[in-house]
Design a binder for this molecule. Sequence first.
Ligand SMILES: C[S@@+](CC[C@H](N)C(=O)[O-])C[C@H]1O[C@@H](n2cnc3c(N)ncnc32)[C@H](O)[C@@H]1O
Length: 343
Amino acid sequence: MLETAVNRSVTFGQTEMTPSFRMDLRKYNQKEYEKFVKVNTVNDWSQVSWKNIGKPYEVTSFSKEKTEWEKEHGEMLPVHTSWTMFNKSFHEWFTKDVPAEMDAKKRDFFYSLKSFKPSEIKAALGDYARIHLWNYAHRIQDGIWDPRGKRALFEGLDVLKPRILFLGAAEGYEAMQLSAMYPGGEVVLVDYDPFCRDERFGEFPDSYPFLGRNPSTGGDKVYYKNDFNISYVVDDIRNLPFGHEFDIVLSVGLLEHFPDSMKAEVVEWHRKFLKPGGYIVMTTPRAQLRSKLYYEIMADVMNHTYRELMTLEQMGLYLYENGLDIMKHGYIKVHNGIVAKAK
Ligand SMILES: C[S@@+](CC[C@H](N)C(=O)[O-])C[C@H]1O[C@@H](n2cnc3c(N)ncnc32)[C@H](O)[C@@H]1O
């Protein structure tokens, strides 16, 4: 495995932008850590109440694909279909040649001006704004994958060669990051949209480097997708045959897609597969102004399903009141993260 890292000639501390994404093997220095990561800001979860912190912000602008489907069929878009639409649409953005597309959208915009048609100009301007926002959020800031932030949230778990279960795994990014930090175990990715296994995970770049731990030296090591022991289950989380057998049960961007009447059930999905003493690791997007704007501008790409944006306190209270012991909580660039155990 070391050979793979050497062959691909990456160096520790390196960061580089490819046309579609950033790879980042840097560690935060103290100043960057303080700017981008805040952990354990709540002293006593029993003192946090809904009355004090309010309920999450609900995103109410939806994609054209969803609204047109509902108009045509005269009913609400079924949840499973909404995820298939979301995954296809989101994946297209991860695979874009962003610099080439920024040039193309700029040309399209100037061309649209010649039409003197406000609707064409508005559409071209929207496309131009979206590709620039994507470039900033995903390629420059690396806010979606955010490997340095995720490593900061995931560090400190007391596990050896863990079995990791990722619920609603999509491309599986965070389970691969965890498996690099805690190597030698096994990863089970679960998503009921087969597109996630075949395209989102299937086409996840083999060359993307995950910074993790070398168990033989205790130092750093770079891992790639094909170094991990991963299986992909295409099924509904509610049908899984597993018992209490995983050291870590993980979800990223799942809880906020369920209204309050279902939050307890979603927490239970995590607890029911945990070994005694195992860790639940969950993240959800933050309720911050820039995220609200992001979901507004990217509505056609992202908003096919029910979605809330919550604060760290709101996320923590959902877990606390549903019987989890919060071991670590914090927020990184665009997500809140919590590491918990079952009480
Ligand atoms: C918002 S995505 C997670 C965010 C992800 N990191 C991404 O980049 O898209 C949630 C995923 O959970 C899956 N999902 C939702 N409900 C599910 C269920 N009941 N069983 C299995 N998968 C589910 C969806 O298909 C989707 O891929």
